[in-house]
Design a protein around this ligand. Structure first.
Ligand SMILES: NC(=O)c1ccc[n+]([C@@H]2O[C@H](COP(=O)([O-])OP(=O)(O)OC[C@H]3O[C@@H](n4cnc5c(N)ncnc54)[C@H](O)[C@@H]3O)[C@@H](O)[C@H]2O)c1
Ligand SMILES: N[C@H](CO)Cc1c[nH]c[nH+]1
Ligand SMILES: [Zn+2]
Length: 433
């Protein structure tokens, strides 16, 4: 039986239900578990970390930090073709991110009054590279390249250990290639707690970055809300993709793109919107056909249970639905996709046309794959160099500049009843007279 849903036959409540993310349905339990894990790390430091690594990663670790010899062993065992791909991807990610770095903005807002904005690196940053169901060396690049370009002084990276107590060699190679030498074999909420609060082994960081499963994402949310925690980049949880396809789209490609995000985890969400019944039917058949050949078929199948194949009345309506949902990834499998781009109001990253699979952005087109999920694309952007910097404003008034804009400040100060403010200006004007 077809799973295609007619959007125009649904009432508002059914539409909301249709677009609810699987990750949002497990909220309360996850929050309680994570709060307890963070408290343990906060109160007991390394002792709690050792216990939680044993519990969740199934390995006993005396030391969490990766040693120099472990870095060397990782490089030695890594195929040269994979080393080459990591270096190649890093180069393009650097190219794109460097181009987006803040230009110097100096503005004369009045004669004799100069305002500017300057960027400074955040001192100590903590990067999280997932490795629960699959280690993601590409994520190490997406985090470490902009951190290095920003000029961050101390960069700490956590990634879950493997069962044999080692860290994934490709993650280590990618980290080292980007100059990150302080890597800790810690995963999940406990890694986030360690980087937020610090422990005997792990330095406390000012801001934490990186994606992860529901536990990691919830832990980031909780440490960001605590006075003794750390700032965070964004909610970057379980992967999502929304495809808008017209009747001319290739169903094999569309199905492949949907499966590529479904295989990330059981709580990934994949959505297809189309105004064409034939395309929807063909994609549904293709998904079933391609799924059986995937090594991660059972994970993808769980995610597909919460997938949505939706028949919309028009492509215009598809954009309305997509903007409300605010997907992490948006694929426009449309004829003349660029012409539709102005309709996009909320999305983490957009993939134009039939020849831009989302996997390119995941790995090596140059854009960043750490992107907002859970609808956060309505109000926040994916990672960039600016995420690793603060922006400090500077102003300078010459005497004639103070003369030009001082009366404005005095008028507003008087209106607010803040006389000391008014006097800070008027005393200078008097001194100039
Ligand atoms: N939004 C983005 O930019 C982006 C980018 C890449 C990956 N992702 C997402 O990152 C996620 C990676 O997840 P993952 O699981 O593979 O790796 P992960 O490293 O995020 O999580 C693994 C850790 O989860 C913890 N954990 C597992 N089960 C637990 C439980 N029952 N209770 C408490 N803690 C538990 C363990 O400590 C383990 O080390 C995927 O959902 C993927 O879609 C998102
Ligand atoms: N699609 C993920 C972001 O949601 C990123 C990724 C890493 N490796 C493969 N894919
Ligand atoms: Zn992916």
């Amino acid at each position: 039986m077809s799973r295609v849903v007619q959007w125009n036959a649904l009432d508002d409540a059914a539409r909301r239900e249709m677009l609810q993310r699987p990750a949002q349905k497990v909220g309360a339990d996850t929050a309680t578990t994570v709060a307890s894990l963070l408290d343990q790390v906060r109160n007991e430091g390394d002792v709690a970390l050792r216990r939680l690594v044993a519990e969740f990663d199934g390995v006993t670790l005396e030391r969490f930090e990766v040693s120099e010899s472990e870095f060397e062993a990782a490089t030695a065992c890594l195929a040269s073709s994979l080393q080459g791909a990591i270096v190649e991807a890093a180069g393009r990610i650097e190219h794109f991110h460097r181009a987006g770095m803040g230009a110097v903005h100096v503005v004369q807002t009045a004669p004799g009054v100069t305002c500017e904005r300057m960027q400074r690196p955040i001192g100590r940053v903590g990067l999280y590279v997932p490795a629960g169901s699959a280690p993601l060396p590409s994520t190490a690049l997406m985090l470490a390249v902009p951190a290095r370009l920003a000029g961050c002084r101390d960069v700490v990276l956590c990634t879950p250990p493997r069962r044999d107590g080692s860290a994934d060699p490709a993650v280590l190679f990618a980290a080292a290639h980007c100059g990150v030498r302080r890597v800790f074999k810690l995963g999940g909420a406990q890694a986030i707690g360690a980087m937020a609060f610090g422990s005997a082994s792990v330095p406390a960081c000012d801001k934490l970055f990186g994606p992860g499963n529901s536990y990691v994402t919830e832990a980031k949310r909780q440490v960001a809300a605590r006075d003794d925690g750390a700032a965070i980049d964004m909610p970057a949880g379980p992967s999502e993709v929304l495809v808008i396809a017209d009747g001319g789209a290739n169903p094999v490609f569309v199905a492949a793109d949907l499966l590529s995000q479904a295989e990330h985890g059981p709580d990934s969400q994949v959505i297809l919107l189309s105004d064409d019944d034939g395309l929807l039917a063909r994609v549904e058949i293709e998904i079933a056909r391609q799924l059986v050949d995937l090594p991660r078929a059972s994970i993808a199948a769980q995610a597909l249970a919460a997938s949505r194949l939706i028949r919309v009345g028009s492509i215009e309506q598809a954009f309305e639905v997509s903007n409300d949902y605010a997907p992490e990834h948006l694929i426009l499998a449309l004829r003349e996709p660029r012409a539709w781009l102005p309709r996009v109001r909320a999305a983490g990253s957009v993939f134009l046309g039939d020849w831009t699979p989302e996997a390119l952005g995941d790995y090596c087109s140059g854009t960043n794959h750490v992107l907002p999920t859970g609808g956060a694309a309505r109000w926040c952007s994916g990672l960039s160099v600016a995420s690793f910097q603060t922006s400090i404003t500077v102003q300078e008034a010459e005497p004639h500049g103070l003369g030009a804009i001082g009366p404005c400040a005095m008028e507003l100060a008087a209106a607010e009843g803040l006389d000391a403010h008014r006097l800070a200006v008027s005393r200078r004007l008097e001194a100039m007279a």
